[in-house]
Design a protein around this ligand. Structure first.
Ligand SMILES: [Zn+2]
Ligand SMILES: [Zn+2]
Length: 270
C-alpha cells in the first residue's frame, strides 16, 4: 500500500497520531522489531548521541527500511527548563516523517509548558507524597531512584506501591531521587503534546513547495528587525516569516510588520 507509514514506537503514541494521519489518507503500521530505547532513553540508562531532530529522523528511516514501507515516522521528545521563563518546565516534541522514495523529510516541532516534568530529592514519605501530588500522580507515572540504585523503579502508577517503595528506599538511603515518568503511555500531558505535534504534521502534509511540489513547506524562521516607527532602528520585533523547503531550498519571505512600536526600540526607549 502506497500510503502506509511505518511507525517505530513502543509507548502507544499511535493512539493519538493514527487518527490524525488517517484523515490525510495515511495508514500507520507499527514496527516493533526494533528497540527504540537502544537509541537512548529518558532515564539515562543508554546515553544519547544524536540531536533530538536527528534521533526522530533516524527512527523514521529505520522504520521505513525495516518494514519496506515508502514512509516512516519517528517521534522524539525532550524535557527541560522553559527557554524564557525561569523555573517553568518545557516539553519539546518532534515528529519526523521520512519519504524513502523522494528521500525527503518533514519535521513537525511543537513546544509547550503544559507538562508535569519535574524531579526532586526527598528524605521523607511526606515530601515524596507532596512531589507525587504536584506531579498529578497516579494519573501520571513516576520514577524512583536512578538506574544505579538497587531500589530503582520506573512506571509506578499505584499509590500503595509508591508508598511501599519510597519507605523501603528510605531505609537504605537517607534521601531518594524522584522524577516524573515522561514515557507517553504513562504521561497523559505528553500524549496531548504529541497529538498537537501530529496536527502540525498534518498541516505540513497539505502545504506544498511552490518549486519542487513536495509537501512539508512551511515556516522555518521568524526574521527579526522591523524598523522603529520613530527612528527606523531595527528592533527585535519580527519583520517577516521565512518559509523554506528542506528539499530544494526554495525560500520565501512573508512580510509581517512594516514598523515596530517605539516601546520596543532600544534607541528611542532603551
Ligand atoms: Zn522544494
Ligand atoms: Zn526608535
Amino acid at each position: 500500500m502506497i500510503n502506509e507509514i511505518a511507525f517505530l514506537t513502543c509507548h502507544q503514541k499511535e493512539t493519538v497520531v493514527a487518527p490524525i494521519l488517517n484523515k490525510q489518507g495515511f495508514v500507520l503500521r507499527l514496527e516493533k522489531s526494533f528497540d527504540t530505547d537502544s537509541l537512548g532513553t529518558f532515564t539515562g540508562e543508554t546515553p544519547r548521541t544524536l540531536t533530538q531532530v536527528q534521533a526522530a529522523l533516524k527512527k523514521a528511516q529505520l522504520g521505513a527500511e525495516l518494514s519496506k514501507c515508502r514512509y516512516g515516522l519517528g517521534s522524539e521528545g525532550s524535557f527541560g527548563p522553559h527557554p524564557q521563563v525561569f523555573l517553568m518546565p518545557w516539553n519539546l516534541e518532534v515528529l519526523a516523517l521520512w519519504d524513502r522514495m523522494n528521500e525527503h523529510a518533514i519535521y513537525a516541532i511543537f513546544g509547550t509548558a503544559e507538562t508535569n516534568y519535574g524531579s526532586e530529592k526527598v528524605n521523607s514519605l511526606e515530601s515524596a507524597m507532596s512531589f507525587a501530588a504536584k506531579s498529578d500522580f497516579p494519573n501520571h507515572g513516576l520514577i524512583l531512584g536512578t538506574p544505579q540504585d538497587s531500589y530503582f523503579a520506573k512506571g509506578i502508577v499505584n499509590k500503595t506501591e509508591f508508598q511501599d517503595r519510597v519507605m523501603a528506599a528510605l531505609k537504605i538511603s537517607p534521601s531518594v531521587w524522584l522524577e516524573t515518568d515522561m514515557r507517553a503511555h504513562l504521561n497523559p500531558s505528553r500524549m496531548r503534546t504529541i497529538q498537537h505535534t501530529a496536527e502540525k504534521l498534518s498541516a505540513l502534509l497539505m502545504s506544498y513547495c511552490p518549486q519542487c511540489k513536495l509537501p512539508g513547506y512551511g515556516l522555518t524562521e521568524m526574521v527579526r528587525g522591523a524598523p522603529c516607527e520613530i527612528c527606523a532602528t531595527p528592533t527585535r520585533i519580527p519583520r517577516a516569516e521565512k518559509w523554506s523547503c528542506l528539499k530544494c531550498d526554495f525560500t520565501e519571505l512573508h512580510p509581517l510588520n512594516e514598523v515596530a512600536p517605539a516601546k520596543n526600540c532600544d534607541a528611542c526607549n532603551p
